[in-house]
Design a protein around this ligand. Structure first.
Ligand code: PHE
Ligand code: FE
Length: 291
């Protein structure tokens, strides 16, 4: 039995993603001493399983960043140790939180190079699937690429864009959330030696790490900013479509322009279904959509 304090859920909000729990907004101290042996064991199991899958699947930038970070494979890392390494590399910091934050708080953290990480880890019976982002997803999935200078800048710019989008209303926020989903969470990148994963939602999932690259089911389509911002996504299954960038530089260049005219142009336009393939798409693979 663990003596951990339980995360405090405040309310739920209804979004494109279904009903999403929202937690207290304050940051907490990572209660490292309160992790149980079972908690460390869940980390150890998940870490070993993903590590075995990632060579040849995760992109070089992720694998290199991960190697430089040296997270412990056997114990839940201390955020304070990782923060020293991050500070020296890109100036990013991890802050411990209860769970998903309200959008504006989340954007504000990113804009200030702070990445919120859930302090609690899933239970052993949730190894394969958990609905909410826990410590394993946040730390193993998101934190390594904060070591990469280009990706680090992208995520900060995204946060600044989010703060700004707040003034444009819910449609703009939804479009920006889709951009995050299809890049930071579920993005693929083209390397000279083939397609690779950079999205945190994929690298922290055994099933999706294999599915996104090896299954004939999903579409794999070249990244196009406005196409992505119009595409709904699934939270209850593997993605129906993955968008592929050529480099983080391409992603930066595509997202650098002022989004205000883009929000204006997209207002009231049709959305695309998660599995849609358009005549204008740069299609790498048309999904069979048979799971
Ligand atoms: N350039 C965007 C804007 O003006 C900000 C942004 C950067 C958004 C990177 C997403 C990703 O709103
Ligand atoms: Fe995430």
């Amino acid at each position: 039995m663990s003596a951990q304090p339980q995360p405090r859920r405040l309310e739920s909000i209804q979004t494109d993603r279904g009903s999403v729990p929202v937690y207290a907004t304050g940051t907490v101290e990572q209660p490292w001493e309160s992790y149980s042996d079972d908690d460390h064991d869940v980390w150890r199991q998940l870490y070993a399983r993903q590590q075995a899958l990632l060579p040849g699947r995760a992109c070089d930038a992720f694998l290199q960043a991960q190697a430089r970070m040296r997270m412990s494979p056997t114990q839940i890392p201390k955020f304070s140790d990782l923060n020293e390494i991050l500070a020296a590399a890109t100036g990013w910091q991890i802050v411990a939180v209860e769970g998903l934050l309200p959008e504006l708080d989340f954007f504000t953290h990113l804009a200030n190079r702070r990445f919120p990480v859930s302090w609690w880890i899933r239970r052993a019976d949730q190894i394969d699937y958990i609905e909410e982002p826990d410590l394993f997803h946040d730390l193993f999935g998101h934190v390594p690429l904060l070591m990469d200078p280009m990706f680090a800048d992208y995520l900060q710019a995204y946060g600044e864009g989010g703060v700004k989008a707040h003034g444009f209303g819910s449609e703009a926020l939804m479009q920006l959330a889709r951009l995050y989903w299809y890049t930071v969470e579920f993005g693929l990148i083209r390397q000279p030696d083939g397609l690779r994963i950079y999205g945190a939602g994929i690298v922290s999932s055994k099933g999706e790490s294999i599915h996104c690259l090896e299954s004939a089911s999903p579409n794999r389509i070249g990244f196009d900013l406005e196409r992505v911002m119009r595409t709904r996504y699934r939270i209850d299954s593997y993605q129906k479509t993955y968008f592929v960038i050529d480099s983080f530089e391409q992603l930066m260049d595509a997202t650098r322009p002022d989004f205000a005219p883009i929000y204006a142009r997209l207002a009231g336009q049709d959305e695309y279904a998660p599995e849609a393939v358009l005549a204008t798409d740069h299609v790498l693979h048309t999904g069979s959509q048979v799971d």
